[in-house]
Ligand binder design. Structure first.
Ligand SMILES: Nc1ncnc2c1ncn2[C@@H]1O[C@H](COP(=O)(O)OP(=O)(O)O)[C@@H](O)[C@H]1O
Ligand SMILES: O=P(O)(O)OC[C@H]1O[C@](O)(COP(=O)(O)O)[C@@H](O)[C@@H]1O
Ligand SMILES: [Mg+2]
Length: 473
C-alpha cells in the first residue's frame, strides 16, 4: 500500500456559519494547467437548458431542516458540467473498475460512464479493468465503447467482474501510469472508497494529472452522507417478492411460519424498507436492534402469541442481525473475507432451527416453517427503472467532475441533488438504521413486534428477590 501522507481536507468557511467541505482539484497541486471550453456548449441537446453550466459557487446543504437562527452548516459542491474543462477529448484515457459485492445497477453505471464520456465530451478511449482492484495489475483490460455497452443495463452483475481484497496502492498507481490512464472511475462500497482514497493520495503524491472518482455502490445502503445508494430500490422491490412467497406459504397451512433472510451486514435498511412496503411481516430483525429468543418479551413467546392470534406469521431477518446469539450456539469458521469484512453465520437457518426446536419441545402446537434465503437472487437482478435513471445521473456527474478537474471525490445524492463529496466523509462512518428515529417507530407500529427493550437479563433481574438493603429507603 502507498505510504503517502493524507492531503488536508479542503474546508471553506463563509458568513452565517456556512461551511463548504470541498473536494480536491488539479489546480491544488499542478500549477498552470491549460483549460478548454466545455464541448457541451455546442451540443444541441443541452443547449435548450437555460443555465446549463453549474455556477462555481453552487453548493448543496447537508441538512435541510433549519431553524431561524441556526448556522447555515455543512455544504457539498454541487455536481454538474462546468464552463471550462481540464482535458482535451483526445487526451483522455479513462478506466472503469467495479469492486466488492454485486449490486443492481453496476452495468448501468458502466454504460452511462462510457456513453457520457463519448457522447457529451467526445472521449474515445475508455477501458474496463477486469476483476476489481487486482485487475489493474493481474488481469487484462477490456475496451469499452457505446456499442459494446449498449445493452448491458438489462443484465445483472457487472460486465467487468469484481473481487474482494487485492488492493495494492503502489501496484495500482504504477499500472495507471504505465497504461497512460488519466481518469479512473471506481465503483464500489465503503471498502472500495477507502481504496480509492489511497489511490488518490498516491496519485497526488506523484503529481499526476489523473482524476480519481468514486461512485458509491452498496446494496446494504450503508454508505453515509448520501440519500441512498443505487440498487437499493431494486433490492427492496425484489425482497418483497420473497416476503410475498413466504406469506403465501405461511397463510396456506396451519401454524405456518415464513422466515426470510435479507442482506444487510451492519445495516438493516433492506429489511426495514421491504417490511414497511409489504405489510405482511409480523417481525423484522435488524443488526441495529438486538433481540433475544427465550423468556418474557422474547421472540419465541411472540411467535407463539402471533400464531395463536393469526394462525400464521412472517419473520424478516437481516443477515447481520443477532450474530452474537448465533455465535453462542454455532462453531464459527473463517472470521473475515479477503477485504477484511466480517463473515456472517446464517442467522436465518439458525433462527428457523431454534423456532422448530422450541415448538417440538412444547409438543402442544405443530408448526410448519419455511425458510427462504433470496439474498443472492436479489443481488443478481438488473436495476429497475428508477435505479437506472439514478445510475445515469451519478455516472454523468462523475464524468462532469473529472472533466472539470475535480478529483479525490465520490459522487452522491444529497437532499435530492447530485454532489461531489470528499472521500474522508464517505469512509469515516456507516449509515445505519437509527432505532430511535421515526422510521423504525413506523415499522414497530406496523408489525406490532416486541421492542426487545426489556432484555432477558433485565427480566431475570426484576424477578430476583431483592437483597436486604443496608441503606435506609
Ligand atoms: N481500507 C482499505 N484500504 C484499501 N483498500 C481497501 C480497504 N478496504 C477495502 N479495500 C478494497 O476495496 C475492495 C472492495 O472492498 P469490499 O469491502 O470487499 O467491498 P465494498 O467496497 O463493497 O465495501 C477490495 O478490493 C478491498 O481490497
Ligand atoms: O459476495 P459476498 O462476499 O458473499 O458478500 C456478501 C455481502 O455483500 C453484501 O451484499 C454487500 O457487501 P459490500 O457492499 O461490502 O460489497 C452484504 O450484504 C453481504 O454480507
Ligand atoms: Mg462494504
Amino acid at each position: 500500500m502507498g505510504s503517502s501522507v493524507n492531503s488536508k481536507p479542503k474546508v471553506i468557511k463563509g458568513p452565517a456559519g456556512y461551511v463548504l467541505e470541498d473536494v480536491p482539484h488539479f489546480s491544488d497541486y499542478i500549477p498552470e494547467l491549460p483549460t478548454h471550453s466545455n464541448p457541451l456548449q455546442d451540443n444541441p441537446a443541452y443547449s435548450v437548458v437555460k443555465q446549463y453550466f453549474v455556477h462555481v459557487d453552487d453548493s448543496v446543504p447537508q441538512k435541510i431542516i433549519a431553524h431561524k437562527d441556526s448556522p447555515r452548516g455543512v455544504h457539498f459542491r454541487r455536481a454538474g458540467p462546468r464552463q471550462r474543462v481540464y482535458y482535451d477529448a483526445d487526451e483522455v484515457q479513462a478506466a472503469i473498475v467495479t469492486c466488492g459485492g454485486l449490486c443492481p445497477g453496476l452495468n448501468t453505471v458502466i454504460r452511462e460512464l462510457v456513453c457520457g464520456l463519448y457522447n457529451m465530451y467526445g472521449v474515445k478511449k475508455v477501458m474496463g479493468i477486469n476483476g476489481g482492484y487486482k485487475g489493474f495489475y493481474a488481469h487484462n483490460t477490456i475496451a469499452l465503447t457505446p456499442k459494446s455497452v449498449n445493452d448491458i443495463h438489462k443484465r445483472g452483475g457487472t460486465v467487468l467482474g469484481s473481487s474482494r481484497g487485492g488492493h495494492d496502492t503502489t501496484k495500482i498507481v504504477d499500472s495507471i501510469q504505465d497504461r497512460g490512464i488519466n481518469q479512473v472511475y471506481i465503483i464500489g462500497g465503503d471498502g472500495t472508497q477507502r481504496g480509492a482514497s489511497r489511490i488518490f493520495e498516491e496519485v497526488r503524491r506523484r503529481g499526476l494529472k489523473v482524476a480519481v472518482v468514486g461512485i458509491p455502490k452498496t446494496i446494504d445502503n450503508d454508505i453515509p452522507v448520501i440519500d441512498k445508494s443505487f440498487g437499493f430500490d431494486t433490492a427492496v422491490e425484489e425482497a418483497q417478492r420473497a416476503i410475498n412467497a413466504a406469506h403465501v406459504e405461511a397463510e396456506s397451512i396451519e401454524n405456518g411460519i415464513g422466515v426470510v433472510k435479507l442482506m444487510g451486514r451492519y445495516s438493516g435498511f433492506i429489511a426495514m424498507y421491504a417490511t414497511l412496503a409489504s405489510r405482511d411481516v409480523d417481525c423484522c430483525l435488524i443488526p441495529e436492534s438486538p433481540f433475544y429468543l427465550d423468556g418474557p418479551g422474547g421472540l419465541l413467546e411472540f411467535v407463539e402469541r402471533r400464531l395463536k392470534e393469526n394462525g400464521h406469521m412472517v419473520i424478516v431477518v437481516a443477515e447481520g442481525a443477532g450474530q452474537e446469539l448465533v455465535s453462542e450456539s454455532m462453531q464459527s469458521m473463517a472470521k473475515q473475507d479477503a477485504s477484511g469484512n466480517k463473515l456472517l453465520q446464517d442467522v436465518g437457518l439458525w433462527m428457523s432451527q431454534q423456532i422448530k426446536d422450541h415448538f417440538a419441545k412444547m409438543k402442544t402446537m405443530t408448526i410448519n416453517l419455511k425458510y427462504i434465503d433470496p439474498t443472492y437472487m436479489i443481488r443478481a437482478v438488473p436495476s429497475n427503472a428508477s435505479d437506472n435513471v439514478y445510475c445515469t445521473l451519478l455516472a454523468q456527474s462523475a464524468v462532469h467532475g473529472a472533466m472539470a478537474g475535480y478529483t479525490g471525490f465520490t459522487c452522491g445524492l444529497v437532499n435530492g441533488r447530485q454532489t461531489y463529496i470528499p472521500f474522508y466523509r464517505i469512509t469515516e462512518g456507516q449509515n445505519k438504521v437509527v432505532i430511535t428515529d421515526r422510521m423504525w417507530a413506523r415499522l414497530l407500529s406496523s408489525t406490532n413486534q416486541p421492542s426487545f427493550i426489556i432484555r432477558k437479563s433485565d427480566v431475570a433481574e426484576e424477578h430476583k428477590e431483592e437483597p436486604p438493603s443496608e441503606l435506609p429507603k
